[in-house]
Write a protein that binds this ligand. Structure first.
Ligand code: NAD
Length: 339
């Protein structure tokens, strides 16, 4: 069974390709390398013994997308990761985000709607919940006004898919990720943030490596036990496995409705200070940090209720926070050639 993975050389995509190939799927990766490197193909091969088919295509090119589906006419399952994801950049350049995150989605769905039956897994985000009123967050918590064009593209994407499945043979699963961290335990693939990392864990590992002077902790006056913001950090390998389970669910016709939504998190919230302590423990490194003002757009806390993913999807996060942090640290050392 061939699966198309868009953005398959990126952080979450590459780990998903590994898990798909390990389960015997043939994978076609599409990536325009705008936020990834062709080296990732070697990493995937080193882990699984096999390279996926690779097409260097920009999905904003509608005719290229049409030709892709002509070339691989047997593809009717797509896992769609390709998107731009920097919140700040989306505020600076909203049209870049609306074009890259929406037009690519539309062109893919246009190809799939020509098929009798098709399966579509969409990368959504817990940002759709904004600051949810109750913790842990269930899937039926209200979607809040998006705080950035990036967040809006995820909400619009969910709405487009919900409209399209009603009138086509497309079945879809929307996965709302919490905070993916870590790397493959082999350190063959991992996260490659370009420029100053926007996310906590790459900032921690780069600081521990001496690439950054200190970690800025954005606010210690939140109404949380230690005053710092709380997130649900999930090992990227666990997140990748959720995609395999989701696509198998659609292929096996086990879905209960044409569009289903699942939170993908661990169900456990960790504060920034807890993350620092956990990292220091697994790495044996002291982490210099400084408390600074809150960062605009950050919510106080967000962690998932995973009951639906556990019981309906049949998926559980298996790795501990320490394992995830250890894998991130191993990867950071590897890419800085110190491992
Ligand atoms: P990433 O940037 O590492 O991967 C995205 C990949 O898509 C990159 O390899 C990039 O080169 C490719 N790409 C982008 N635009 C493309 C285009 N027009 N045509 C072809 N390829 C294109 O990002 P990631 O962290 O792996 O995220 C994957 C998905 O998950 C994204 O949709 C993102 O919005 C979503 N998501 C990520 C997070 C997170 O914290 N990483 C959280 C929630 C949701």
């Amino acid at each position: 069974m061939k699966i198309l993975v868009t953005g398959g050389l990126g952080f979450i995509g590459s780990h998903t390709v590994v898990e798909l190939q390990s389960k015997g799927f043939d994978v076609v990766v599409v990536d325009n390398l705008s936020n990834s490197s062709p080296e990732v193909l070697k990493g995937i091969e080193n882990i699984t013994g096999k390279q996926p088919f690779f097409e260097n295509i920009d999905l904003r090119d509608k005719s290229a997308v049409q030709n892709l589906f002509k070339k691989y006419s047997d593809i009717n399952s797509v896992i769609h990761f390709a998107a731009s994801k920097a919140v700040g950049e989306s505020v600076e350049n909203p049209l870049l985000y609306y074009e890259n995150n929406i037009s690519t989605l539309v062109y893919l769905l246009q190809e799939l709607q020509a098929k009798k039956e098709a399966h579509f897994i969409f990368s959504s985000s817990c940002t759709v919940y904004g600051q949810a009123e109750t913790m842990p967050i269930t899937e039926d918590a209200p979607v809040q006004l998006a705080m950035s064009p990036y967040g809006n593209t995820k909400q619009i994407g969910e709405e487009i898919i919900s409209d399209v499945v009603k009138v086509t043979g497309i079945h879809s699963i929307l996965l709302r990720y919490f905070n993916p961290i870590g790397a493959h335990p082999s350190a063959e693939i991992g996260e490659l943030p370009i420029g100053v990392p926007q996310n906590l864990v790459p900032f921690i590992t780069q600081t521990a490596m001496g690439l950054r002077k200190e970690l800025s902790v954005f606010g210690n006056d939140y109404p949380t036990p230690d005053g710092t913001a709380i997130r649900d950090y999930i090992h990227v390998v666990d997140l990748a496995k959720a995609h395999v389970v989701a696509v198998q669910r659609l292929i096996g016709k086990n879905n209960l409705s044409k569009v289903e939504t699942f939170n993908v998190g661990t169900g456990k919230g960790s504060s920034v200070l807890e993350m620092i302590t956990a990292f220091e423990k697994v790495s044996g490194q002291k982490l210099p940090y400084r408390i600074v003002d809150r960062r605009g757009g950050d919510v106080m806390e967000a962690y998932a209720n995973t009951a639906k993913a556990n019981s309906v999807l049949g998926w559980n996060a298996e790795s501990s926070l320490e394992e995830a942090l250890a894998s991130a640290w191993k990867w950071e050392q590897k890419i800085r050639n110190k491992a």
